[in-house]
Every structure is written in structure tokens, then in C-alpha cells.
Design a protein around this ligand. Sequence first.
Ligand code: NDP
Length: 241
Amino acid sequence: MSKVALVTGGARGIGAAISIALKNAGYTVAANYAGNDEAAEKFTAETGIKTYKWSVADYDACAAGVAQVEADLGPVAVLVNNAGITRDAMFHKMTPQMWKEVIDTNLSGVFNMTHPIWGGMRDRKFGRVINISSINGQKGQAGQANYSAAKAGDLGMTKALAQEGARAGITVNAICPGYIGTEMVRAIDEKVLNERIIPQIPVGRLGEPEEIARCVVFLAAEDAGFITGATITANGGQYFV
Ligand code: NDP
């Protein structure tokens, strides 16, 4: 039987590319999403991938969602923590609400999703947890104190959990995309994108969601078991750690 992969925020943007790549690699995929029913229905109709709606910011909803996915499809072997949001503002204009929403989704969301799955992975002595962080969690970004903090937190959690999971056959790795041409990035003012952001990318273009998805498929594989606690940067040469 094929392994089950659960991708949060898996019906749009980078997550959709990840869901499709994992399906093409032979996994049975469940794609979680937050609220965009129309996009999720379209995604299922086009790909045949089942979608599940809950917020990763809500621990109880995550536990119930995981239980539902496992009842429908079987135990989750691969978890991709991809769901993420931005609420950008310079720090002096950032509200506590903007801070909280981003931390709740982008950082606590990784705890909320990984925690209900972790015990089963330990029992089965196999698991792959792949966290989608960001270049801005590595280098920090003005206007994104909340996002940079959450994404840097994801990298710390990745390294801690890698140590805890190692003896149980669970690898935990992170991917730090640079600027990828999804709705999240297309929402940036076009002038800023063309005059300030793209010129900073040595390859001279935005990345494609599929270029992140191929990193996920690599890390998810059974024979990637010696890679844990690692961060793959995929940013067109924009930043080196
Ligand atoms: P999009 O905005 O295109 O898609 C975000 C996805 O996350 C959607 O599927 C959305 O669901 C889902 N989502 C948002 N909040 C929640 C929530 N509370 N619970 C469950 N799902 C949620 O984002 P991208 O594809 O661009 O980004 C994907 C990941 O990659 C994010 O973590 C982002 O931070 C990271 N990243 C993106 C970069 C980029 O350049 N695009 C660069 C670096 C990192 P719904 O469809 O229902 O709205």
C-alpha cells in the first residue's frame, strides 16, 4: 500500500505543487486548507486529491483533522507543514493581532500539526516531517518581524525534533524557499517586485512552486533517512547561510 502524505495548505500555491508531486511519486495525498473552498474543490476536481478543511492555528481542529485523514486513508507517514500567511507591516505599525495571527499559523501551526502525528510515527518507527520555512526566517526581513520570527522558530523546532525523532526513524527537515511566484508573492506591489526583489535574485527570476516540491519529494523518500535536521535553501542564489 502506498504511504500517506498530509500537506497543510496543500490545495494552493507551493502546497498544491507539493501535493501533486507527492501524488506523482506514488503517495496517497491529503491536502489540508483553511477556508478557500472554491480553490480546494477545483484542486480536487483537477487532481483527484482529497482536501480537508481546518485551521492549523487550532490545536483541537488539527487533532480532529489528523484523526479524520488517518481514518480515511491510513496512518500519516509524511507530514509537510506548508500552510503559512503574511501580515506585513513595519514594526512600529505592527499590531498585536498581526503578530499573533502569523505566530499562531506559521509557528504554532507546525506544533499543532506535528504533535498529533508524532506518537504514531514513533510507534511505527518511521516518519518524515518537512517544514516549509523561508529565506526571511534565515536572514530576517524588514516589514516582516512576525513572519521572520515564526519562520526562524520553525528552523529551531526542526533541529530539536530531528534529534528527538532520530532513534525512532523520524527525520525532520526544513526547506527555505526564496521568492516563489505564488499568490503570496504576486500580492507584492509589481513595481517593488520588478525593481527591488527580482534584481536581488542572482538567477534573475522568481522560483516555481514545482522547484520547492521536488525538494520535498527528495526529503520524503525512504532512502533519505540519513538526512535530518537539515535546511535546504532554494532561493535562486539570493542568500547563503
Ligand atoms: P499561498 O498564500 O499561495 O497559500 C497558502 C496556503 O496556506 C493556502 O492553501 C491556505 O489555505 C493555507 N493556509 C493559510 N492559513 C492556514 C491555516 N490557518 N490553516 C490551514 N491552511 C492555511 O502561499 P504560498 O504557497 O506562497 O506559501 C506556502 C508556504 O511557503 C508558506 O508557509 C509560506 O510562508 C512559504 N514561503 C513562501 C514563499 C513564496 O515566495 N511564496 C517564500 C518562502 C516561504 P486556503 O487555500 O484555504 O487559503
